[in-house]
Each structure stands twice: as structure tokens, then as C-alpha cells.
Design a protein around this ligand. Structure first.
Ligand SMILES: Nc1ncnc2c1ncn2[C@@H]1O[C@H](COP(=O)(O)OP(=O)(O)OP(=O)(O)O)[C@@H](O)[C@H]1O
Ligand SMILES: [Mg+2]
Length: 575
């Protein structure tokens, strides 16, 4: 946790501490003034003394209030800032996560860690700056002053403090493990809730609403049970503390009364002693709260550190080479590339070897699960190759920065994702200074010009979260256009034409061939009609490159390709 809290500014901590010390000293001094006013003023009828001491008391009260305000200000400001810093650190870290790290944590848990866990740290930091300093100073100061006021009465604490220690220890023993398990249950709750929200259509279509509601109910109940237990334990603390305080007061009054009768104690000292006793007990309570909060926050801190310490798998080289756009001179080489998913025994890709140059249309075809997506994901380095090398314009992509690489590669993932905003904003994603003319040109190639220009607001039309207000095929075309707006040497389309009808698919390919002659197109497809007129067709089967050539050559001698073609022709015959 200390590692996380290091983000707080030292000056602010010092300010908070200074204000706190001023407040504690004033608070400690006030009961002494009270006893003075009673012993020296009231008892002797010295009005002047009463006035003078009264003014002092008002003065110290004011100082105490101002100091408390100052302390709260710095404590609150710093803890909020710490939360902000932690959230942005986590966000930046996660944005650079490899796909494997994402799988490891899961989206729901990452969200809990950024919100709930950061809140815990924030809260404990604020408490720390408010109480952690206050409680020990008050405890020591008040004990010392109480002892000075009357040594005999301090013996009461010999009984009270052990009782308090047992109580606080007991609460910690039961509450801390529960607090830790609550964090896990929050994760679970978020996971189920998230799945329910994103899958709401599927859930309805499968008539699984009740099932999902039950699943959520279970997670919800589980969480609530633990929360109730924890809160019951913590709530018990308050009345027990009040009981102890009242008991202490009675004891002080009882013994104090006797001492006064025996003339061994002054009234003012008794009153001051009582106040100090309360201060001591309240500090104890504060300390016990801190002891409950700290382990809980420690659990949160561990969870945050897990994210922040996750090792970057895809690293930039220390002395990167520079890859510049080559236009019509671009080349792409896969040099005996192999890839294996983390923990998998089998290679997901084996000995993939091919070349392409500007203007080439490289198609990748193969059954589902044959490794097509895996292959193209290696190009923008979403994963790193296990052996072999990928070279663009003669330079190994592992030897340049990821930023540089992504300037040269335009990528349309299998699942088209748009961001909320306007169409124009989405189109400018890869090239912030793109002009409307460039955008329209890209939309035209992507066969999206017609439907975008029919929208009432044109380029200013709203895109909702995930592009939900567009059809699957429209979303695909917008995602293609977004990649085209950016000038790239290599464009990758992962099954990006799958939701298009045959005619649009054909028009799109024709436009790409005509207008993007300077670039290399790598197109993953399921349909033979999409790949038929490609310059090179790569046939994948279970991660192996089993065929490489044109449609005609593969038709002549490649069994896998022939099978794919005949299976699709049969389907079309049937249709
Ligand atoms: N994140 C992952 N972790 C482990 N294995 C994976 C992962 N993603 C894919 N695989 C495995 O790698 C193989 C190839 O998957 P890939 O997604 O590349 O297939 P694909 O050819 O794109 O299929 P589709 O046509 O259905 O999109 C599959 O057997 C799959 O189970
Ligand atoms: Mg795929």
C-alpha cells in the first residue's frame, strides 16, 4: 500500500500533519484551562481570572477549529488526487495490456479494481491523514496530562484499556477476513451484471431471463450476506464503546467523588480528568477503526498492484529502427512464422511463409479455428511471434516502436468496434487531421458513402456506444473506412466483408483494387467468392499453411482448397 500512497505530494502531507498537531495541542490544552477556571477562578470568586481564562479558551477553540479545517482540506484533497492518479495509472496500464493479461484479469475485475478498490485506498488515505496522526498524539498527551491531574484515578485505565484491547482485537479477528472476501464478491457481482447487460439480447432470445436473474440474485445475496455480517460486527463496536465510556465515567465520578470528599482532589481536576479520559477512549476507537480499515485497504492495494505490476509482454525495442511509409514500394514478408497461445501445447500457427508487395491482394481462407485471426493479429503486434519474423518494408516489426508500426498498418478487427461520438470523429480516429474530402473518399471505397449521405446529419450523425445504432454490415463498412482514412502500407481486414451481401462485397473489393494500389491488402475471408480474384490465396488448416497460390492453381492441385470450394458451391446450389 505504501507503494501506492507514495503518489501523494509530500508537502501536502506535511501541511496536513502540521494542522493536525496544532489541533491536537489546542484540544489537549482546553481541559487544563477548564480545570484552572474552576480551581483558581470559580473556587476563589476571581472574576478577572475567569474572564481572562475564558478568552483563552475561546481562542484555543478557534485555533482548533481552523486547524481541523486545514487538516481536512489537505487530507481530502490529497486522497482525492491519489484516487485520480491511481485510476489513470491503472487505465494506462490496462490500455497497453496484452490480450493474455486481459484474459487473466477479466473486464469485470478490472472495473472493480479501478473503482471500488481505488475508493478503499482513497478512504484509508484520508482517514490516515485525519486520524492516524491525531490518535497516537492524543493518546499519549491525554494520558500524560490525566496522570498529572490525578495519579490515583489513572489506575482506572489499567482495567479499561485491556478490555478495549480485547474488544478491538476480537473485531479485527472476525471482520478483516470478511472484508477481504467482500472484495471478491464484488468482482463476482460485477461480472454477472456485466454479462447480463452485454448479453441481454441473447438472454431474451434463449428465454433465459429467469435463469440469469437467478444467477444475479445468487451473487447479489452472497454479497449482501457477507456485507451484513461485516457491518453487524462493526456496528457492535459502537454500543460496546459507548458502554465502556459510560462505565469509565461512572468509575471516575465514583472514585473522584470520594477523593474530593477526602480533600485529595480538586473539582476542576476531576472535570479535566474526565475530558482527558474521553479523549483517550476516543483515540482508541479511532485507532481500532484504522486497524479495521488498513487490512481492508491492503487487500485493495494488493489487487491494484497486481494490475500495475503485470509485466508488459509486448515491449518496444531499446534502440528502435524507424519504419517509414513506402507507398508503392511497400513489401510484407512472413518468414517461417510460428505462434503458440500462452499455456497451449500445440502451435496455433506453424511455419507461415509468404511475401507480398504494394498493390497485392493477399487472401487468407480456411475453416473456423484454422488460425486466420491469429495470423493477422501478429501484424500489429497484438501478440508476438514465437519464432520466425514478420518484416514490413524489409524491417522486422519487433525492431520498431509499436507506435511506428501502427502508423504503417491499418487494421480492421473481426469484431467491428466503433466508439460513441459522431461518424466524423470515428473516421478521424487514425488520422486526426483528416479532411472531409478524405473521409468521403474512404467512405466511398468502403461502400458506405450512400448510407452515410442519406443520414440527416451526414458525417455529424451520432454513433452510439459500440456502434449499436448501425446494422452489422454498416458497422463493418464504417470500420473499413476508418482504417482507410489513415494512410498505411499494409491493410488488414479480418473477415470484414462477412456481413456484406455478395454485390456490396464485390464492389468493395473492386474499389479497393482500383484505389488502393499503393498498399498491400491482407484479407481474411470465409467465402470463396471473396478470395477468388486475389493475387495470392493462403489456405490455412489447423494453423498450417497448406496452400499458396491463385484460385486457378489451387483449384488444380490443392485438396483443402478444392474441398472448401466444393462445399460452398454445394451450399449455393441448395440455396
Ligand atoms: N486467446 C486465445 N487463447 C488461446 N487459444 C486461442 C485464443 N484465441 C484463439 N485461440 C485458438 O487458436 C485457434 C485459431 O483461432 P483463430 O481465432 O485464429 O481462428 P480463425 O481462423 O480466425 O477462426 P474464425 O474463422 O472462426 O474467425 C483456435 O483453435 C482457437 O481455439
Ligand atoms: Mg477469426
Amino acid at each position: 500500500m505504501i507503494k501506492l500512497i507514495k503518489r501523494v505530494s509530500v508537502i501536502s502531507i506535511i501541511m496536513a500533519v502540521v494542522f493536525m498537531v496544532i489541533q491536537v495541542v489546542s484540544d489537549l490544552y482546553l481541559p487544563t484551562l477548564t480545570s484552572n477556571i474552576i480551581n483558581n477562578g470559580v473556587a476563589t470568586g476571581d472574576i478577572d481570572y475567569i474572564w481572562k481564562t475564558g478568552f483563552y479558551m475561546i481562542g484555543f477553540s478557534l485555533i482548533s477549529i481552523i486547524a481541523a479545517l486545514g487538516n481536512t482540506y489537505f487530507a481530502t484533497r490529497e486522497s482525492q488526487k491519489l484516487g485520480q492518479k491511481l485510476r489513470s495509472d491503472i487505465y494506462q496500464k490496462v490500455e497497453n495490456f496484452s490480450s493474455r493479461s486481459f484474459d487473466k484479469f477479466g473486464t469485470a475485475s478490472l472495473i472493480t479494481r479501478t473503482t471500488n478498490d481505488v475508493n478503499q485506498i482513497q478512504m484509508v488515505t484520508q482517514m490516515f491523514l485525519r486520524m492516524m496522526i491525531n490518535a497516537p498524539i492524543t493518546l499519549i498527551g491525554a494520558s500524560f496530562l490525566a496522570y498529572q491531574k490525578d495519579a490515583q484515578l489513572t489506575r482506572i485505565f489499567l482495567v479499561v484499556i485491556p478490555i478495549m484491547l480485547v474488544l478491538v482485537g476480537g473485531i479485527m479477528y472476525f471482520a478483516v477476513p470478511l472484508f477481504k472476501s467482500m472484495q471478491k464478491k464484488t468482482d463476482r457481482l460485477n461480472l454477472v451484471f456485466r454479462e447480463g447487460l452485454t448479453g441481454v439480447r441473447v438472454i431474451r432470445a434463449f428465454d433465459k431471463t429467469d435463469y440469469e436473474a437467478n444467477r444475479f440474485d445468487e451473487a447479489n445475496k452472497d454479497y449482501t450476506h457477507t456485507a451484513i455480517k461485516v457491518n453487524t460486527i462493526v456496528a457492535l463496536m459502537m454500543p460496546l464503546m459507548t458502554l465502556i465510556m459510560s462505565g469509565t465515567n461512572i468509575a471516575i465520578t465514583w472514585f473522584g467523588g470520594h477523593y474530593i470528599a477526602e480533600m485529595t482532589l480538586e473539582v476542576g481536576n476531576l472535570i479535566a480528568f474526565m475530558t482527558y479520559a474521553m479523549q483517550i477512549l476516543i483515540s482508541f476507537m479511532m485507532l481500532s477503526m484504522i486497524f479495521v480499515m488498513v487490512p481492508r485497504a491492503q487487500a485493495s492495494a494488493d489487487r491494484i498492484n497486481e494490475v500495475l505490476n503485470e509485466e508488459d509482454e509486448i515491449l518496444d525495442p531499446k534502440t528502435p529502427a524507424t519504419l517509414s511509409l513506402q507507398g508503392d514500394q511497400a513489401t510484407l514478408t512472413f518468414d517461417h512464422v510460428a505462434y503458440r497461445y500462452q499455456g497451449a501445447e500445440k502451435l496455433a500457427l506453424e511455419d507461415i511463409d509468404f511475401q507480398a508487395k504494394s498493390g497485392d491482394f493477399v487472401a487468407i481462407i480456411g475453416g473456423t479455428g484454422s488460425g486466420k485471426t491469429t495470423l493477422v493479429n501478429l501484424l500489429p503486434r497484438l501478440y508476438d511471434v514465437e519464432s520466425g519474423a514478420i518484416k514490413i518494408n524489409g524491417i522486422n516489426i519487433a525492431e520498431i516502436t509499436q507506435h511506428n508500426l501502427r502508423e504503417v498498418v491499418g487494421f480492421v478487427p473481426q469484431k467491428a468496434v466503433l466508439f460513441s461520438g459522431t461518424i466524423r470523429e470515428n473516421m478521424k480516429y487514425g488520422k486526426p487531421d483528416a479532411t472531409d474530402e478524405e473521409i468521403w473518399q474512404a467512405l466511398e471505397i468502403a461502400q458506405a458513402k450512400d448510407f452515410v449521405s442519406e443520414l440527416a446529419d451526414g458525417l455529424d450523425s451520432r454513433v452510439e456506444q459500440g456502434g449499436g445504432n448501425f446494422s452489422g454490415g454498416q458497422r463493418q463498412r464504417l470500420a473499413i473506412a476508418r482504417a482507410l482514412v489513415k494512410q498505411a502500407d499494409v491493410y488488414v481486414f479480418d473477415d470484414s466483408f462477412s456481413a456484406l451481401d455478395f454485390k456490396t462485397d464485390a464492389n468493395l473489393r473492386a474499389a479497393l483494387k482500383r484505389d488502393m494500389q499503393d498498399s498491400i491488402m491482407v484479407v481474411v475471408a470465409q467465402r470463396v467468392s471473396t478470395v477468388m480474384d486475389a493475387d495470392t490465396i493462403l489456405v490455412l488448416d489447423e494453423g498450417q499453411l497448406v496452400g499458396k497460390g491463385t484460385h486457378e492453381s489451387l483449384m488444380a492441385d490443392n485438396e483443402t482448397y478444392q474441398e472448401i470450394v466444393s462445399s460452398q458451391l454445394r451450399e449455393e446450389d441448395l440455396a
